[in-house]
Design a protein around this ligand. Structure first.
Ligand SMILES: [Zn+2]
Ligand SMILES: [Zn+2]
Length: 215
C-alpha cells in the first residue's frame, strides 16, 4: 500500500516519524510520504529533519519513505512560491491543504493550488469544474481522503475530478497509527465516494506515478 499524506509530531500528529513509518510497514505499506503541516514559520525546520529520518528509515526498515510537506493555510497567492521553497529544501511530495467543507480554509486555495508547483490537492471539498480541469491539464492528483470530517465531500470530489479527467489518489491523512490504511477502511471509503472497490488499484498506480516523478 502507498499513502502520500501523513502527519507526525513535527506538526499535529501523535507519533514520531520512526513510529509512524514502522507501524505503516507492519500494516503492509510499501511506501509512505510524511507531509507535516507547513507554513512560512516552520518549513526550514521541519523539512530537513524529515529528510534526515526518511533516509534512515528507508534504509533500515525496507519501506520507501518520502519527505514531503502539506502547505496549510498559506495565503493562496503565495502557494506557488512556498511550494518552490519546499522543493528547494528537498521536499519530494508537496500536498496542499484544500478547501475542505470541515473548515474555513482561505477562499481560492484550491484554485491557486492547482496552478502551483505541487503534487496533490488534499480534501478539496467542493472542487469546481475549472479547478478540476486545471488539475487534469497539469497532472496534479486529487485526493480522496480517509480522514474523518474531510471525507464528507469525497463523492462530490470524485465526480468532479473524474468528469474533468483529473487523476484520483487515496490517502489517509493519518495523525496516528490507527488512521493508517486497512482493507476495511479502504473499501468503506471507496464505496462512500461512489467508487468501485477495484478502483483502489488505479489510485495506487496514480500514487506510484507521483513517486516516480519525484523520487
Ligand atoms: Zn489537510
Ligand atoms: Zn493533512
Amino acid at each position: 500500500m502507498i499513502d502520500l499524506h501523513t502527519h507526525t509530531f513535527f506538526s499535529d500528529g501523535a507519533l514520531s516519524p520512526s513510529e509512524l513509518v514502522y507501524t505503516a510497514k507492519v500494516k503492509g505499506y510499501s511506501a509512505i510520504a510524511v507531509t507535516d503541516h507547513i507554513d512560512h514559520s516552520n518549513m526550514e525546520f521541519v523539512i530537513p529533519n524529515i529528510i534526515k529520518v526518511a533516509k534512515i528509515l528507508t534504509q533500515e526498515y525496507d519501506i520507501l519513505v518520502l519527505a514531503g510537506a502539506e502547505l496549510t493555510y498559506i495565503p493562496p497567492k503565495l502557494i506557488d512560491s512556498a511550494a518552490k521553497e519546499c522543493r528547494k529544501l528537498g521536499a519530494k511530495i508537496i500536498v496542499v491543504h484544500g478547501q475542505t467543507t470541515a473548515e474555513t480554509v482561505p477562499p481560492e486555495t484550491n484554485l491557486y493550488a492547482v496552478k502551483a508547483d505541487i503534487d496533490i490537492l488534499a480534501h478539496p471539498g467542493h472542487l469546481s469544474n475549472e479547478e478540476a480541469k486545471i488539475a487534469a491539464d497539469r497532472d496534479i492528483k486529487i485526493e480522496i481522503t480517509m480522514r474523518k470530517y474531510h471525507n464528507a465531500a469525497n463523492d462530490l470530489v470524485a465526480a468532479s475530478a473524474l468528469n474533468a479527467g483529473a487523476k484520483l489518489i487515496l490517502n489517509t491523512d493519518s495523525h496516528n497509527g490507527d488512521n493508517l490504511m486497512t482493507k476495511e477502511i479502504i473499501k468503506e471509503t471507496l464505496l462512500r465516494a461512489g467508487l468501485k472497490e477495484e478502483y483502489f488499484t488505479t489510485m495506487q498506480k496514480n500514487s506510484m506515478e507521483v513517486i516516480n516523478k519525484r523520487r
